[in-house]
Design a protein around this ligand. Structure first.
Ligand code: CMC
Length: 392
């Protein structure tokens, strides 16, 4: 009833109220539950930040230990689920495997009664989902390269466990490097929530119909997959590789991105909400320099990225439109340094974003949000005479 306003892309429409993430796109501020990401990334573990996002408070030592204990006890997948991985084609996209497998978790772990949860909310379910998704991600990689699976270890922390499941081999034990663990921890923290972005809105919208958490998160993974959203970290690396292979012809790519008759964009630049440097990208760029220096690494793509950023930063087209590097611009270069394959970068984004998706889904439930049901402005014909088949 009343006026319906067109707001395609939801440029100016709030779909909910939320206490989880504060974002000021003009000043480049991002706070989770009131805490600046800079401080969280410098001082916390990803598990601690996940707890903060889920509960609204930083955990006490005991609360964090209990949460970690749950993560450890839920880390295994039901053995039957392992057969899933055998039936994807060898080159299957890790995002499609993730979305499918997360969806099916509901069949194996249907119990998620809020009242049965000793800590309140959906803490136990959240720990289960966070822990199992990490195992799914690593198993999908091992299966894709035909290596034996490495099971989660109760002695390793969240990030160490992931890296070990990805890279340990019977004939070549993986040596956990603290610098890599610390960089991964930082990256996951910086992806942990970002208010009502495309995938989070999807999680809320699917959940608003009463669909279960796993189904809602699986839809979020699908939304994240696209190159304008979480798929951008993969697309950035592919773009940098192309520039490198193209004799570093930066201008060709910059001009193509500016051409309004061409759909090509410089991936890793621009953001719906930030009209300044993405605060996450600032930290990631620094983390990138730190890890390359500490581990004495070199990647020509880092040089390409820096030169591209420099050229773009003095180009009127990008300045006039406030197009600065976003979270996806430098993250892929760190994932590459860790040995993570390019097609798994969006999976890394999904692992980081899980606490946010779960917290937003829970908030939507607690606030008893209505079913999400946007309206439309109909532009077709109102009523036409039916034409029988013989007369068409
Ligand atoms: N390269 C060239 N031009 C661009 C770019 C870009 N990366 N991004 C935006 N523009 C132009 C766009 O063509 C438009 O120009 P004009 O006003 O002349 O028509 C203007 O800037 C505004 O762009 P928009 O498409 O209206 O902005 P939006 O808020 O709808 O889109 C975006 C935001 C992130 C999808 C877009 O900036 C983009 O496509 N960036 C590249 C993909 C990318 O890096 N995505 C990751 C986003 S951050 C993390 C995440 O959400 O996953």
């Amino acid at each position: 009833t009343g006026f319906i306003t067109l707001d395609s892309g939801f440029m100016n429409t709030a779909s909910c109220t939320s206490d989880i993430t504060y974002l000021d796109g003009k000043k480049g501020i991002l706070n989770y539950r009131g805490y600046p990401i800079e401080e969280l990334a410098a001082n916390c573990s990803f598990t601690e930040v996940a707890y903060l996002i889920l509960h609204g408070e930083l955990p006490t030592f005991e609360a964090l230990e209990a949460f970690k204990h749950d993560m450890r006890r839920f880390a295994l997948l039901h053995e039957d689920m392992i057969h899933f991985f055998d039936h994807f084609p060898p080159n299957a996209s890790p995002m499609s495997i993730l979305s499918t497998t997360v969806n099916s978790l509901h069949n194996y772990y249907p119990e998620m009664d809020e009242d049965d949860d000793p800590y309140g909310g959906y803490t136990v379910t959240a720990a289960r989902l966070l822990s199992k998704t990490r195992t799914i991600a690593a198993f999908s990689y091992k299966k894709s390269i035909g290596h034996p699976l490495v099971y989660p270890s109760p002695r390793l922390n969240y990030c160490e466990n992931f890296l070990n499941m990805m890279f340990d081999r019977p004939n070549l034990p993986y040596k956990i490097q603290p610098e890599i663990v610390s960089a991964l921890n930082k990256l996951l923290i910086l992806h942990a929530d970002h208010e009502q972005n495309c995938s989070t809105s999807t999680v809320r919208l699917v959940g608003s119909s009463g669909a279960n958490l796993y189904a809602s998160i699986s839809a979020g993974v699908s939304a994240l997959w696209g190159p304008l959203h979480g798929g951008a970290n993969q697309a950035v690396i592919e773009m940098l590789e192309n520039i490198y292979a193209d004799d570093k012809d930066f201008e060709k790519y910059i001009e193509k991105a500016k051409d309004k008759n061409d759909t090509f964009r410089l991936t890793g630049f621009g953001h719906r909400v930030y009209k300044t440097f993405d605060p996450r990208a600032k930290i990631i760029k620094q983390a990138c320099d730190d890890i390359f220096e500490k581990l004495e690494l070199h990647d020509p793509l880092l040089d390409i990225a820096k030169e591209l950023e420099e050229r773009v930063s003095s180009d009127d087209y990008f300045l006039e439109r406030n197009l600065y590097p976003n979270v996806d611009f430098y993250s892929g270069i760190i994932y590459r340094a860790m040995g993570i394959p390019t097609d798994m970068f969006p999976v890394m984004f999904a692992l980081g974003r899980l606490p946010g998706w779960i917290a937003q889904w829970t908030e939507m439930k607690e606030d008893r949000d209505r079913i999400g049901r946007p309206r439309q402005i109909y532009t077709g014909e109102i009523k036409r005479e039916f034409v029988p088949m013989k007369d068409r």
